[in-house]
Design a binder for this molecule. Sequence first.
Ligand SMILES: NC(=O)c1ccc[n+]([C@@H]2O[C@H](COP(=O)([O-])OP(=O)(O)OC[C@H]3O[C@@H](n4cnc5c(N)ncnc54)[C@H](OP(=O)(O)O)[C@@H]3O)[C@@H](O)[C@H]2O)c1
Length: 248
Amino acid sequence: MLNGMELTGRVALVTGGAKRVGRAIVERLAAAGCNVAFTYFNSQREAQELAERLVASGRQVVTMPADLAEPDRAVAAIATAFSNRFGRLDILVNNASLYQPSSLQAVTLQQSRRFWALHVEAPLLLCRHFEAHLRHNRGHVINMVDLIAERPRPDHLIYCASKAALANMTVGLARELAPEVTVNGIAPGVVDWPHGIAQQKRAEYLQRVPLAHAGTPADVAELIYYLCTTGNYITGQIIRLDGGRSIV
Ligand SMILES: NC(=O)c1ccc[n+]([C@@H]2O[C@H](COP(=O)([O-])OP(=O)(O)OC[C@H]3O[C@@H](n4cnc5c(N)ncnc54)[C@H](OP(=O)(O)O)[C@@H]3O)[C@@H](O)[C@H]2O)c1
């Protein structure tokens, strides 16, 4: 029987947790009783405000600045800050992301490397560092992928390629970390509009979505909660969360 507090005493680590989808994930896991560590890059003020609110509600919270485009240095710093505060890890959500145009002629090698660092290398290093914790606690890893990883857009060539690599690694990690740990990916369509998308563009996109509306960060957070509770027989899946966009 679920009582809404199934994750009491567990610990989650969420990358990019200060704003938007990451923030909804942090809030949902905390509402289910979880203590939470989360990283931020530019959003220090939002991170602090969120942490204060969750601490006031009785959770233990650690916020960690991290530039995951420098994954080896960032993961070492995260590992230290995390272990100074928590002695266990149950849930790892690789959410931090860089959504930028990256076409064949425009992308620079430096920009390309940031995509791979953020979307592939940082999740890899975090999984490796926390493997023993996750196995010990029969934990869960959730990687935030993207629907357009399977339908690559030329104007977002390297964004898509790096997210596709993350989807592939998700399946490999699910095999590697079984039977103790579940590893899944979530591939949203639109759950929070990127900044600066005109109303007309939004309407055009939604015409191709059978459910005719965008999803929300809360939809992602609810799915993660499910994967970490009653959905714990699911592993190695990339779950499309897209209002049906992928079926038309
Ligand atoms: N929004 C959607 O509709 C949608 C659609 C498909 C897939 N997704 C995926 O779902 C996840 C969440 O989406 P979102 O729209 O909330 O993502 P987002 O706003 O693009 O990025 C999430 C966070 O990543 C952090 N970040 C950026 N560069 C970083 C760096 N170098 N080092 C560390 N952190 C860095 C930022 O933290 P700061 O704010 O602290 O700088 C940002 O808040 C992402 O993985 C995204 O690819 C989202």
